[in-house]
Design a protein around this ligand. Structure first.
Ligand code: FPP
Ligand code: MG
Length: 298
């Protein structure tokens, strides 16, 4: 994955603006690179795979720069977020530089790839908007949650898999379906880890979603199971800075109702759907990606 970091940097250097390169070097970068791993696993022989991976990672990085401004997040990848150190305005502008640079290189890839990826970026933005809207009140609709995580997360993973397949000469739609289901499973696991993991492992504050207003799948399932009085109590805790006693109450209820197991089952269901979409290609690497993604702890 070092190659992809160097390639992305070379595209930024290619813009010919030293100040931009120096800001770029200050963005916390050690992400999981799930999208690149997926692209290299599918497009094993394509000379354009590195360019595609760089384009996708730059779009992803841009979306995180903007997301941290929107979420007022001060920590990302175990370091200060870019906005924490350099302010919201620079974070937004660096996001703009990254995704417009990515788009100019995207335009040199096959038209169907450029189209699918551009549509996914529109979806990302719609997903972020939905996330913000849903967080304003206590959302109890699973349908809204799934629509939002499809747009916010799964659409770019779907596009990565589709685009890599097209570059490799495979049937794009099969891989798009794999990517979409992988993306849905990925976001569910992310939402579970927010509850079960800790700040150090996650590289960002744990138990933060509910405080931000996000009623993610573990909270949706918990709400479903709660008696009326506890439902009211849950709503009263939404969007608040919780005491350790209140956090423990939520975790206890989740344990009592087997909420985490239910979420993991749901993520595995999407994982299996992803695998059946590409069964005929018998690609061991893609099976491993699903397994590692579901079993990860950060
Ligand atoms: C992280 O979600 C956010 C995303 C996956 C997508 C953000 C998308 C945008 C800001 C749209 C703009 C797009 C571009 C290309 C500039 P999260 O807040 O649930 O995750 P986190 O806890 O890691 O922050
Ligand atoms: Mg965020």
């Amino acid at each position: 994955m070092k190659n992809i970091d160097n390639f992305m940097r070379s595209l930024i250097v290619g813009l010919g603006e030293e100040k931009i390169v120096s800001f770029y070097d200050k963005i916390p970068q050690q992400g999981k690179k799930l999208r690149s791993k997926l692209i290299f696993e599918i497009a094993k022989n394509s000379k354009q795979a590195t360019k595609l991976a760089a384009v996708i990672e730059m779009i992803h990085l841009a979306s995180l720069l903007h997301d941290d401004v929107i979420d007022s997040a001060l920590i990302r990848r175990n370091a200060n977020s870019f906005n924490a150190d350099f302010g919201d305005k620079r974070a937004i502008m660096m996001g703009d530089v990254l995704y417009s640079c990515a788009f100019s290189h995207l335009s040199s890839l096959p038209q169907s790839v450029a189209m699918f990826v551009s549509n996914a970026v529109a979806s990302l933005s719609i997903g972020e908007l939905l996330d913000v809207e849903l967080s304003k009140t206590f959302n109890t609709s699973k349908e809204n949650y799934f629509k939002m995580i499809y747009c916010k997360t799964a659409s770019l993973i779907e596009a990565s898999a589709y685009a890599a397949a097209v570059l490799e000469g495979f049937e794009g739609e099969d891989f798009a379906l794999y990517g979409k289901n992988l993306g849905l499973a990925f976001q569910i696991i992310d939402d579970v880890l927010d509850v079960t993991s800790n700040d150090k492992m996650l590289g960002k504050p744990a138990l933060h979603d509910f405080k931000e207003g996000k009623v993610t799948l573990p909270y949706l399932y918990m709400y479903e199971e709660c008696k009326e009085k506890d439902k009211k109590h849950m709503i009263s805790l939404h969007k608040k800075s919780l005491s350790s006693y209140e956090n423990a109450w939520i975790k206890d209820k989740m344990t009592e109702f087997g909420v985490i197991e239910r979420c993991l089952k749901e993520a595995k269901k999407f994982g299996n759907e992803a695998l059946s979409a590409i069964e005929k290609y018998n690609m061991e690497g893609l099976k491993n990606i699903i397994g590692q993604m579901i079993e990860r702890d950060f």
